[in-house]
Design a protein around this ligand. Structure first.
Ligand code: GTP
Ligand code: SPV
Ligand code: MN
Length: 602
């Protein structure tokens, strides 16, 4: 069957591309996704039939499903991720590169016949609003029903998007995905098809994405990291905007003053939790606009406006509970969600480490018996819930505004046991860019590889910058130079993860982070006092609201401390990091490093 016979679209370019891919990959069937409820029911029923999904008890989680991946396919694969720019120099030292034509030849070999025995799904989607001035269209072709179901939660997709693309004869980002496991005649499928060989490939000049071998979120839901960050960051460089790994939140003070904040923390470092924060300080309110990606453009008023291009949350499950993130719990309890690599309880619900109500027995993400005595965790540390953003009770109404929201503050932050204080403020945009460019964090389970190793993760974008990171820093500097600095957001740096001598967290985190947000807002409005240190402005004694906070003065002091010796130890690391970028590193960042060195007396 060819796509042509179905006459599924009048968009010639899409039809031609779908036919070309079908010819190469040889699927048994082609399904053009409508996004309807009936389609969701058929998809999920077939996923239950194939053993990929287990339906949860509808009384507990209506219309919700459990999935367990192949144990080799649990996270993003950074060493298999490529930026195939025409010129190797444009990829920079932080990305893997291969010549685009060489990569295409190699991957065409992998794609040849790779969808045999399977259905090829064609998913028309838009990242951001369909009503945006220039809607950001994509078509994902995938042979995975799991990916198709997940894309319905995570993106605006379906017939209405395709119709709009036809009306506009719109350009779109072609996103090709295969799990890389064709089925021979009579061959039984497995619950989680994937391939040992994986390639996650971006072609930045062509604005195209080819992914092979993995079914995991960031590798396979191509609208997310591949499009909305890697490809969009290249578009943003060319067009003068920013595509960032940031949450977006709305903060309202007891006096009704509203501020909008974005925050860039590396993967599994607290964006979802901060985005949905339940403040512990009276009268303050947080509403959410997004938990992972922000697209930011300068508005006519000269301010930086942010939209969330996504339509769902793909959140880290372990550690999520009624205390740490009650708003996420309420969102997922409404149902319509997919849970991957968590434990399945005997009564048809899900469980993970840190969730209330530990069961006496469950089936682990590996399909094994699990009890509280087991020496293995029930859930993979990077297990995830995939849930519609519209179900979040504290979704800010501005989420639906295609113009987005004007940002007052940008936060950078990471996971550091030592050195980095709870919060400090940059002196200006360039210093803020320096803080972002030198952001450091301990690695997490969100990507395959070692966990807990400190690495530089600039603007929390290390795995997501679609071009030369030195040029990316330059783009940030230029955004500051070419716009009215007074109207740009103020930049801060936070660290919820500093430890005491026993290894415990110094700062209680989660809802208590509202105290830090309050200080930030008061700094912006010129109310809170700060103390100058070599690294920036930290809260002056008594300026951080600790009323009712269960914390000793010593612990608070330790959380806020700036230790010159610890910071001196960072200097050679930053020097080495900057040297990687050669002439592409903006000279002002060297000046910032010199300034820091001088202020530390090093
Ligand atoms: P990605 O979706 O991978 O981009 O991650 P994210 O930045 O949204 O991470 P998320 O908010 O899901 O947090 C990841 C882990 O950090 C979870 O296990 C949280 O429980 C933990 N975490 C989040 N905020 C805090 C905090 O304030 N303090 C402490 N100690 N842990 C936190
Ligand atoms: C991350 O790793 O930063 C995530 C999860 O948000 S994924 O979509 O898999 O990239
Ligand atoms: Mn992320």
């Amino acid at each position: 069957m060819t796509a042509e016979l179905q006459e599924p679209t009048t968009h010639r370019g899409i039809l031609d591309w779908v036919n070309e891919v079908a010819e190469l990959t040889q699927p048994d069937r082609i399904h053009w996704c409508t996004g309807s409820d009936e389609e969701w029911q058929e998809l999920t029923a077939s996923l239950v039939g194939s053993g990929t999904f287990t339906q949860l008890d509808p009384a507990k989680k209506p219309n919700s499903f459990h999935a367990a991946s192949d144990p080799i396919d649990v996270a993003r694969v950074e060493d298999r991720t490529y930026i195939c720019s025409v010129d190797e120099k444009d990829c920079g030292p932080t990305n893997n590169w291969m010549d685009p034509e060489e990569m295409k030849t190699l991957m065409r070999g992998l794609y040849a016949g790779c969808m045999k025995g399977r259905t090829m799904y064609v998913i028309p989607f838009v990242m951001g609003h369909l009503e945006a001035e220039s809607p950001m269209f994509g078509i994902e072709i995938t042979d995975s029903a799991y990916v198709t179901a997940s894309m319905r939660v995570m993106s605006r997709m379906g017939s209405h998007v395709l119709r709009r693309m036809e009306e506009l004869d719109a350009a779109y980002v072609p996103c090709l995905h295969s799990v890389g496991m064709p089925l021979e005649e009579g061959q039984a499928d497995v619950a989680w098809p994937c391939n040992d060989t994986k390639y996650i490939v971006q072609f930045p000049e062509e604005r195209a994405i080819w992914s092979f071998g993995s079914g995991y979120g960031g590798n396979a839901l191509l609208g997310k990291k591949c499009y909305a960050l890697r490809i969009a960051s290249v578009m943003a460089r060319d067009e003068g905007w920013l595509a960032e790994h940031m949450l977006i939140l709305k903060l309202t003070s007891p006096e009704g003053v509203v501020k909008f904040v974005t925050a860039a923390f590396p993967s599994a470092c607290g964006k979802t939790n901060l985005a949905m924060l339940e403040p512990t300080i009276p009268g303050w309110k947080v509403e959410t606009l997004g938990d992972d990606i922000a697209w930011m453009r300068i508005g006519e008023d000269g301010r930086l406006w942010a939209v969330n291009p996504e339509f769902g949350f793909f959140g880290v499950a372990p550690g999520t509970n009624e205390h740490t993130n009650p708003n996420a719990m309420k969102t997922i309890n409404k149902g319509n969600s997919v849970f991957t690599n968590v434990a399945l309880t005997d009564d048809g619900d899900i469980w993970w480490e840190g969730l209330e109500g530990m069961p006496d027995h469950a089936t682990s993400w590996k399909g094994e018996d699990w009890t509280p005595d087991s020496d293995q965790p029930s859930s993979h540390p990077n297990s995830r819930y995939c849930t519609p953003i519209k179900q979040c009770d504290i979704l800010a109404p501005e989420y639906d505004d295609p113009r987005g929201v004007p940002i007052d503050a940008i936060l950078f932050g990471g996971r550091r046991k030592t050195t980095v204080p709870l919060v400090f403020e940059a002196r200006d945009w360039t210093h803020g860019t320096f803080l972002g460019a030198t952001l450091s964090s301990e690695t997490t389970a969100a990507a395959t590889g070692q966990v807990g190793v400190v690495r530089r993760d600039p603007m929390a974008m290390l795995p997501f910058i679609g071009y030369h990171a030195g040029d990316y820093f330059n783009h940030w500097i230029t955004m500051g130079k070419e716009n009215d600095a007074a109207k740009l957001p103020k930049i801060f740096y936070v660290n919820w993860f500093r430890r005491d001598d026993e290894g415990g967290f110094l700062w209680p985190g989660f809802g208590e982070n509202s105290r830090v947000l309050k200080w930030i807002v008061e700094r912006i409005d010129g109310q809170a006092a700060a103390k100058e240190t070599p690294i920036g402005h930290v809260p002056a004694d008594g300026s951080l609201d600790v009323d009712g906070l269960d914390m000793t003065p010593e612990a608070l002091e330790a959380a806020l401390a700036v230790d010159a010796e610890e910071w001196k130890a960072e200097l050679p690391q930053i020097q080495e990091w900057f040297e990687k970028f050669g002439d592409n590193l903006p000279a002002v960042l060297w000046t910032e490093l010199d300034g820091l060195r001088t202020r530390l007396g090093a």
